[in-house]
Design a protein around this ligand. Structure first.
Ligand SMILES: *Cc1c(COP(=O)(O)O)cnc(C)c1O
Length: 385
């Protein structure tokens, strides 16, 4: 954190808002366990910051996509149970066990690999059986789930912790395919084979959690929601949830440009009048989507200004017209400034991307830091009144 000045641009996480989101979701899901997937650098928010907040807030489970992310969590001192969702390779099994990660069995082949490895190492492992109810990604078909479950059940090296599936279309309420997947999952769950067994059944991602309460089962896995977003309307009981993510920078250069001048590569922006142009040190090399060239905005001094010309690898220009702004002043690319906001949802719409993609594209060149909640600010506010 002390090296934040190494890069003039940064991602800021409002941990108070993140905690508030967790509390609201926790209340909403009632008795169900709360699993927070923190894959892809916690949706760009920063794996360590988010995982430690989750641990402090006593989230029940974390989840990641791959072994590497699980190891990163363990190495940063996370003690919570962690599920690895992705289909692993044979050479990863030993480390999955060594780093105390629960992992996914998604086929008979994988089950056999693990059994052989466990016997060789004389170790046990904790697993979740993944059933594919219609996304056609990974997981066993419901018809073969019983066979694999029995196989796992017969071999004492397996501790079967959970059985789960994943939605193909749950971003919005009342989707018929989501309802079909719930039916398939229910049908499986009702099989006598599973009765009297302690199993965590889980299906719901963000949409499932927010819009399909019948899909909560024993555990929910909402990431996007926890970070403050839903794709449709926010249900009444989830009101108060808000993004906790900002992308900020500082003006690195200022100049006055004559009317009719072309700005940036290929001059795709021509000044309509003599204008003040500022340069912002963020580019597609940081993961800031180049498609925002000439159609995105930034906030400076609480006002929205257009991105002028093509976004370069490390910087882009903004036309502030006749207004004033100095080198070093704060610029908000995603987040709030004054009463204005530029949201990841809005950027996703403009660039035809998924908002998760807008956030996860922002890479490690940008340092992540926690927002400092200044008491000073509220004093200044009071003084103004
Ligand atoms: C990423 C992921 C989630 C979280 O989904 P969101 O809708 O983004 O919250 C849940 N479950 C699985 C299996 C995932 O891969």
């Amino acid at each position: 954190m002390e090296h934040v000045h190494y890069h003039p641009s940064w991602i800021e996480i409002d941990t108070n808002q993140l905690k508030k989101n967790i509390q609201i979701v926790r209340k909403f899901i009632g008795k169900a366990l709360y699993c927070l997937p923190v894959k892809a650098n916690a949706y760009g928010h920063g794996l360590e910051i988010v995982a430690h907040v989750a641990q402090e807030m006593q989230i029940d489970y974390l989840a990641v996509a791959c072994l590497q992310e699980g190891i990163a969590l363990r190495q940063s001192g996370i003690k919570l149970p962690i599920i690895v969702f992705g289909a692993f390779h044979e050479n990863q099994i030993e480390d999955l066990i060594n780093f105390n990660l629960e992992f996914t069995i998604s086929s008979m082949l994988k089950a056999r690999w693990v059994k052989e490895k466990c016997e060789k190492l004389q170790r046990n492992c904790s697993v979740h059986l993944e059933v594919d109810t219609g996304i056609q990604r990974t997981g066993v078909r419901p018809e073969t789930a019983l066979d694999i479950f029995q196989y796992l059940d017969q071999h004492t090296c397996f501790r079967i912790v959970g059985i789960y599936s994943h939605f193909a279309s749950s971003d919005l309420p009342n989707h018929s395919f989501a309802q079909l997947q719930i039916q398939k999952f229910n049908a499986l769950k009702q099989n006598p084979l599973f009765q009297h067994k302690k199993i965590i059944w889980h299906l719901a991602n963000t949409g499932g959690t927010a819009y399909y309460p019948e899909a909560h089962y024993n555990m929910v896995r909402p990431s996007f929601l926890t970070f403050g977003y839903v794709m449709g309307e926010i249900p009444e009981k989830l009101k108060g949830i808000a993004p906790c993510f900002s992308l900020k920078s500082q003006i690195s250069f200022f100049k006055v440009v004559e009317e009719g001048e072309g700005i940036s590569y290929d001059h795709t922006y021509i000044t309509k009048k003599k204008s003040r142009i500022v340069t912002i040190p963020v580019g597609y090399g940081d993961g800031f989507i180049r498609k925002l060239s000439n159609c995105g905005h930034v906030l400076i001094r609480g006002k929205k200004y257009p991105i002028a010309g093509t976004i370069c690898m490390d910087q882009f220009m903004v036309d502030i017209g006749d207004d004033e702004a100095f080198v070093g002043e704060e610029v908000v690319l995603i987040g709030n400034q004054g009463d204005k906001e530029i949201s990841a949802l809005e950027i996703a719409k403009i660039t035809e991307a998924n908002p998760r993609e807008v956030l996860t594209l922002l890479n490690d060149r940008l340092p992540r830091k926690k927002m400092v909640h200044k008491i000073k600010e509220s004093i200044t506010e009071t003084l103004k009144v």
